[in-house]
Design a protein around this ligand. Structure first.
Ligand SMILES: [Zn+2]
Length: 304
């Protein structure tokens, strides 16, 4: 199956180098504030796309169960260690372009700092839509090409790409910034309605972060996040969108899910249900076998 290239964090120390020791406390805390403002108070089953090492997972407290999905198995292993053994969490290694879930499964989904690595953003967003229940809440973060720094650099002739045009900009391999209107257009086309927009990280400036205490920067960032409803000029934007009431077939779907195995469909041929063989799940239609090992369901490549 042809899908766009994936930005793979396999074997990466991203959690340690970028978050724990990378001076990102300000960004992390502003995200916590935004999530508190956007998350529904209660939910049944949340899909966390690009969960990584589970940095944000404990913040989804209102949800009964959470599926952590990441392309990198080692990131999920770090998340398992961080979160500990719990019935509440499921771990799935899979490609966001070919999600291995039955339609209409989740009443919540989050995708934070993930679209940033998507060469085909509408395709990934369409996959999210399919696995969401009508009326479900989707919280999406994207990197904004229309940020003040990019605008000034463009005006000063220090940047060739225009922040004002709708196409994404790939400023480094598999690193994309998006125009807020392009994101809105894609979501609308997929029958998501946007309920709230917050702008974040307006003080993501090295010297500012060094001289001003993080708590103060977080406080002022929180104070202005709501202006995202009016304009979006910050490097990071959060939106809360609600999936349309009807599915693609024009009816409401609520899959009957009695066990974890019933969550899944074959990511290659779409067949369901998969047969539980303990160490793998088997697709009766195309014969592929998907590994289950140490609590991680792996749908990236079938077993040989
Ligand atoms: Zn199959």
């Amino acid at each position: 199956m042809n899908t766009p290239p994936v930005c793979n964090y396999e074997g990466s120390d991203y959690q340690t180098s970028f978050w724990d020791k990378g001076g990102r406390a300000y960004e992390d805390r502003t995200e916590a504030v935004a999530l508190k403002r956007l998350l529904p108070p209660k939910g049944r089953l949340l899909l966390e796309l690009g969960a990584g090492a589970g940095r944000n997972t404990p913040r989804y407290i209102g949800f009964d169960r959470i599926v952590l999905l990441d392309y990198s198995r080692t990131q999920l292993e770090q998340a398992q260690q961080r979160l500990g053994k719990s019935e509440k969490y499921y771990f799935v290694a899979a490609d966001a372009y070919r999600l291995p879930f039955v339609d209409g499964l989740f009443d919540g989904a989050t995708m934070i700092r993930v679209l940033h690595h998507m060469a085909d953003a509408p395709k990934a967003l369409g996959q999210v839509r399919n696995v969401m229940r009508p009326g479900g809440t989707f919280i999406l973060e994207f990197a904004n090409k229309l940020n003040l720094k990019a605008i000034f650099r463009y005006w000063l002739g220090r940047q060739t790409w225009s922040p004002f045009t709708l196409e994404p900009v790939e400023f480094a391999r598999l690193n994309f910034d998006f125009h807020p209107r392009a994101i809105r257009n894609w979501l609308n086309e997929l029958d998501f309605s946007i309920e709230k927009t917050l702008t974040l990280s307006r003080f993501r400036v090295g010297w500012l972060k060094r001289i001003v205490p993080t708590g103060i920067l977080v406080f002022f960032d929180s104070l202005f996040q709501w202006t995202g409803a009016l304009w979006q000029w910050t490097p990071s934007v959060f939106v809360r969108a609600r999936r349309g009431k009807l599915n693609i077939h024009g009816e409401e779907t609520y899959p009957r899910v009695t066990s974890l195995v019933a969550f899944f469909k074959c990511p290659d041929c779409g067949f369901l249900p998969l047969e539980d063989r303990k160490t793998y799940l088997e697709c009766y239609s195309c014969g592929k076998k998907w590994e289950v090992k140490d609590g991680i369901y792996d749908f990236r490549e079938p077993l040989k």
